[in-house]
Write a new protein. Structure first.
Length: 276
C-alpha cells in the first residue's frame, strides 16, 4: 500500500521543503518508489529535485498546475450519452505529471507559479478532492511526500485531504509557536469534515540548537502543552545550502554527514511510529 504524507505548516521558512525532499530521498534510497508532490507555487522542491529539467517540464505543460487546469475543463451532463461523448475531451492520466529525477526511485510531480491564479476557480468549482483522486489512481509507488505552500489555502487543504499522515515542521521561534496552535486546529477541522483517517505523526523541531537555552525552553513548553514533538531533532547546518545549490538531497550529497543521519533517524522514527 502507498503511504501518503503531507508536510505542512502555515508559516514559511520552517523547513517544509527541505524536510519533504530529504525524507523522500531517504525513502527512495531505501528502495521505495517515492513521489514528491510540490504544491507550492514557489516550486522550491521542484527545482531542488529536478534542477535544469524543471524548465523543460514546465514548457511541456506537465506540472501540477496543468493537472488542476485540466480538472476545470469540460464536464457536460451529456457526456454520459454516447451521442454527445465527443463533447468531452479525456483528461490526461496522472502518470503524465510524474517525472523521474536523477536519483533511483525518486520522482516528482512539479509545481508552477501559475498555481496561485487557479485557486479561486478551483474553490468555486469544488475541486478539493481532485488531488486525492489523482493519487489514488497511481499504481506502482510506495511512498508520497507532499510539500505545501505556507498558507491554509485550497492547495494545503487538498493535500491534507489526500494524505494519511501529517508532519509539522517547527523552527523554534515565538511566532512559530503561535502558528502551531492554528495549524493544529486547522488539521482538526480537516479530520472532522473530510479525512478522519489522517494521522498526525508529529512536530519536527528543525534547526534546533541543542546548546541554546531559548529553543529548549520553547520545545519544553510545547511538550508541556501536550503537543506531539518527535524525538529526533534536526540541527542547523550550512551544508543544506550546498545541498540546495547542487540540487542534491543530503543522502546523495553527503551520506555520512550529521544532518543526513538526523534525517535518517527521523525517517526511521516515523516509519516505526503509530498515532498520537
Ligand atoms: N537544517 C537546516 N539547517 C540550516 N538551514 C536550513 C535547514 N533546514 C532549512 N534550512 C534553510 O531554511 C530556509 C527555509 O527552508 P525551507 O525548507 O525552504 O522552508 P519552507 O519550505 O518551510 O519555506 C532555507 O533557506 C533553507 O536552506
Ligand atoms: Mg517551501
Amino acid at each position: 500500500m502507498m503511504v501518503c504524507r503531507v508536510i505542512f505548516n502555515k508559516k514559511g521558512g520552517v523547513g517544509k521543503t527541505t524536510i519533504t525532499c530529504n525524507l523522500a530521498a531517504i525513502s527512495a534510497s531505501s528502495g521505495q518508489k517515492t513521489i514528491v508532490v510540490d504544491l507550492d507555487p514557489q516550486a522550491n522542491a521542484s527545482q531542488y529535485l529536478l534542477r535544469d529539467r524543471y524548465n523543460e517540464i514546465k514548457e511541456q505543460g506537465r506540472t501540477i498546475f496543468d493537472f488542476f487546469k485540466a480538472s476545470l475543463d469540460g464536464g457536460s451532463i451529456f457526456e454520459f450519452n454516447p451521442f454527445f461523448s465527443h463533447l468531452s475531451s479525456p483528461r490526461p492520466e496522472p502518470e503524465s505529471f510524474i517525472h523521474q529525477t536523477r536519483f533511483d526511485n525518486l520522482y516528482v510531480i512539479p509545481s508552477h507559479s501559475g498555481l496561485a491564479d487557479l485557486e479561486a476557480q478551483l474553490v468555486s468549482k469544488h475541486k478539493i478532492y481532485k488531488l486525492k483522486e489523482m493519487l489514488e489512481k497511481i499504481s506502482g509507488f510506495e511512498a508520497v511526500f507532499i510539500d505545501t505552500p505556507p498558507a491554509m489555502n485550497f492547495f494545503s487543504q487538498s493535500a491534507l485531504i489526500a494524505a494519511s499522515r501529517c508532519l509539522i515542521p517547527f523552527d523554534c521561534d515565538a511566532f512559530s509557536k503561535d502558528a502551531i496552535f492554528d495549524v493544529g486546529k486547522h488539521i482538526g477541522d480537516i479530520q472532522r469534515d473530510h479525512n478522519n483517517a489522517l494521522i498526525v505523526e508529529g512536530i519536527i523541531v528543525n534547526q534546533f540548537m541543542a546548546r541554546a537555552a531559548y529553543p529548549k525552553k520553547i520545545v519544553d513548553e510545547l511538550k508541556a502543552d501536550g503537543l506531539p514533538i518527535l524525538a529526533t531533532k534536526i540541527s542547523s547546518s550550512v551544508k543544506i545550502r550546498e545541498s540546495h545549490h547542487e540540487s542534491t538531497p543530503m543522502i546523495f550529497l553527503s551520506p555520512g554527514h550529521k544532518l543526513t543521519q538526523e534525517y535518517q533517524a527521523l525517517y526511521d522514527e516515523i516509519s516505526r511510529k503509530g498515532q498520537f
